[in-house]
Structure formats: structure tokens, C-alpha cells
Design a protein around this ligand. Sequence first.
Ligand SMILES: Nc1ncnc2c1ncn2[C@@H]1O[C@H](COP(=O)(O)OP(=O)(O)OP(=O)(O)O)[C@@H](O)[C@H]1O
Length: 252
Amino acid sequence: MEEYVVEVSGLSFRYDRQNVLEQIDLNIPKGAFLGIIGPNGSGKSTLLKLMLGLLKPQEGEIRLFGTPLSRFKDWSRIGFVSQKANAFNTGYPATVLEVVESGLVKKTGLFRFLGPGARKEAMEAIRSVGMEAYAHQNIGELSGGQQQRVFIARAIVSKPEILMLDEPTVGVDQRHVRSFYEMLEQLNREWGITLILVTHDIGAVSDKVTHVACLNQHLYFHGDIHAFQQLDEEKRSSWYAHDVRLLAHEHG
Ligand SMILES: Nc1ncnc2c1ncn2[C@@H]1O[C@H](COP(=O)(O)OP(=O)(O)OP(=O)(O)O)[C@@H](O)[C@H]1O
């Protein structure tokens, strides 16, 4: 039987009186690279926040590794990268290596000494995002896309089993988006990390993700990428009446 690392069942959420998510059922298999797609305001970020326990649903349940969120404590198994482009100005006094090492602090405890293994683990994470040439450079001197790679290295240095990413290519130069997704694909395949990626742009990731979830308040589709690609274009467009572009350039 397939092992699920995240199980969402009967989930509904509203801010004040605005319904944002309705009756979402979504199981995410271990080792998947899931793309959660949908137009602006369709509830993608809200769903991630619910999975991270930052918001509480009015209805339904989320389980992480089989444990209901209300009892889940093992947050080191989960990494999160948000839209953080341009978060550091050029004067920020920390090197790439130091930023990535700081990702080990939550594992080790704030004032505990980071042992000699820490540097090796940090370098390994930096290499896996293709940033080894910049390890000793100040993070503020890097481009938005390079900084985002460093944030991913910081998120994976503690070896999480799930990595959640909310529109991580915002601020990444268009020319580098493709290699950015290739790097994610490599993390999924080589490190075996389950990736949950929120994105507008299925076109850029349709040859990378293994599964797709189409959200627009309701979950219109969830399945593997092959089943998604076989869906009727007209049907898919009808879920996103206001954002046909999202689907139209998928084959571009
Ligand atoms: N803190 C909040 N309080 C009230 N309403 C909110 C809040 N955050 C989001 N919303 C509303 O909830 C809806 C879903 O927002 P959400 O950010 O989850 O969508 P999204 O699919 O991630 O959108 P985008 O692609 O634009 O980031 C939107 O209508 C938004 O205005």
C-alpha cells in the first residue's frame, strides 16, 4: 500500500466569512514531487499554512506522517521555503555558509555548539543547490535566484523528509527558472525529499513534477502527472475561468 506523508481530509477553511478552501481531500505519497497549481487567490498558500499548522481549519483534519497535526511535534522533518527573494540587502553581514549552518540550529538547539560535522553538512547542502562557488560570499551580494537557492540549502541542511515551497521562483530571473526547477527535481530524486511546490506556472514544472493538485477553493483534480496531461483542455480551463493562460502554455 502506498505510504502517505501528508493526509488531508474533509478540510474547509475560511478567513472571517470568506470561504477559501472547501472539502479538500488530498493524500501526498512519500517521495512525490507535487505541484499545487491555481490562479491568484485560489487558496494555495492557505493550504500550505494549514499543513504547517500556522492556521487551524474550521473543518476536517490533516495528518503528517500519520499523526494528527494537533499532536505533531517533529517539525525538523519538515522544511519550508517561502517567497523570499531580495530578502537581504547588500550589506547583510553573513556568508552563504553561515546562513546554511544556521539551518542546523533548530536541530542542535540555539546555544549549543555546532560541531565540526556542521560545516561538512552545510557544504553538502550548498553543493546540492549548485552554490559551492559562493560559499564564502556575503549573501546580500547574490541575486534573488541565488539567494533563494541558499534558502533551500538552509531548509534541507537538517535533512527534512518534506520540503514545502511557496512560489519559490518569485524574483528569480526568468532565464534561471528552468535550472532552478532542475535543481528541485534533483533534490527530489537524489535526496528522496518529498516536495510540495505551490506555483502559478504548471508550464515550467510539468516535466518535473510527479503529481499535480489543481486548486480553486475546491480541489478539482489530484493525481499523477500522466493522468493530468491526459485531461481534456476544455475541462481544465473551466476550473480556472479567469486564468486560462495557466493551462494554455503548459505545452510551450
Ligand atoms: N490573512 C488573511 N486574512 C483574510 N483573507 C486572506 C488572508 N490571507 C489570504 N486571504 C484571502 O484568502 C484567499 C486565498 O489566499 P491565498 O493566499 O491562499 O491564495 P493563493 O492561491 O496562494 O494566491 P496567490 O497565488 O495570489 O499567492 C484570497 O482571497 C485572499 O485574499
